[in-house]
Design a protein around this ligand. Structure first.
Ligand SMILES: Nc1ncnc2c1ncn2[C@@H]1O[C@H](COP(=O)(O)OP(=O)(O)OP(=O)(O)O)[C@@H](O)[C@H]1O
Length: 266
């Protein structure tokens, strides 16, 4: 497999930084890269999906899908509505247990693990969903929602916890002062950035991005795409990027897979 090819920042009309609450989008603050996070092609894939089958009753949504994602790589997944992209994402995340097949993450088959065994692994592969408002609780302040995964995994303490939340807001181009707001007080782009901040809280290696820009205005999409590129550069993240926007997929992805009727081809 070829090493990931760095993608170029995307520019569109409008100011991508204007949705952030910050005067200018700061450079992401990257933590020193752990070897497992390094942005280079590893001999062994970070994620290896083999013969994945997802069924809903008699409907086969995913029909024998296989692909790999290496460390630091972005794999795009495109295809018509209903072809099985989100079902693939849900099965990788073990939010929907597959009917059969393997989902090997760092050489551990997640399909063979119980919920309890999955718990310490979940922070390492995180989803970012389409609806930025829907994926945040309307009743809780942004800073509390970003803190939640830290608390959940026993990584919350004072003063390191609040400092980490401020760092995550900053990393995602949000003014840390926005942390005290509720989701309805933020724009869609700002909410999506907060959702990404929350996904990053426990230093994941892989983000499953399921239509992360589809709900946003065109003028805000480039800002999120460029943020994802910046974060990948600084943190060595791998992405599965699901989108209907072919331009965005080509821009962000090292390779693109096309799905039809539950299968990958082309
Ligand atoms: N919870 C569910 N129960 C029953 N059928 C489902 C469920 N979720 C998805 N399906 C069906 O599985 C198939 C694949 O759906 P899926 O949402 O994975 O496709 P998709 O490619 O992500 O579509 P879209 O691009 O519209 O989000 C479709 O036929 C869909 O109707």
């Amino acid at each position: 497999m070829n090493p990931p090819v760095p993608a170029q920042p995307l520019t569109v009309a409008g100011s991508p930084g204007s949705d952030t609450g910050s005067p200018a989008r700061p450079a992401p603050i990257g933590k020193p890269l752990a070897p497992a996070h390094a942005a280079s092609a590893a001999p062994q894939p970070l994620l290896s999906v083999r013969d994945l089958v997802v069924r809903y009753g008699s409907t086969t949504a995913v029909d024998g899908v296989s692909f790999d994602i290496h460390a630091g790589e972005t794999v795009g997944l495109v295809g018509p509505s209903g072809c099985g992209k989100s079902s693939t994402a849900a099965a990788i995340l073990q939010l929907r247990r597959p009917h059969s097949g393997e989902v090997r993450f760092d050489d551990v088959d997640l399909t063979a693990l119980s919920e309890r065994q999955l718990r310490p692994i979940r922070p390492r592969l995180q989803p970012v969903f389409q609806d930025p408002y829907g994926s945040l609780s309307p009743r809780r302040r942004i800073q509390d929602q970003i803190a939640e995964p830290l608390r959940l995994h026993g990584r919350w303490s004072h003063p390191a916890g609040p400092r980490r939340v401020a760092e995550l807001l900053d990393m995602t181009g949000l003014n840390p002062a926005l942390g005290s707001r509720f989701p309805h007080e933020l724009s869609g782009g700002q909410c999506q950035r907060a959702g990404i901040a929350r996904a990053l809280a426990n230093t994941p290696q892989l983000l499953i991005l399921d239509e992360p820009i589809s709900a946003l205005d065109a003028s805000l999409r480039a800002g999120i795409l460029n943020l994802l590129l910046d974060l990948q550069d600084s943190l060595g993240l791998s992405y599965l990027f699901i989108s209907h926007d072919l331009t965005a997929v080509r821009h962000l992805s090292n390779r693109t897979l096309t799905m039809h009727d539950g299968r990958i081809g082309g």
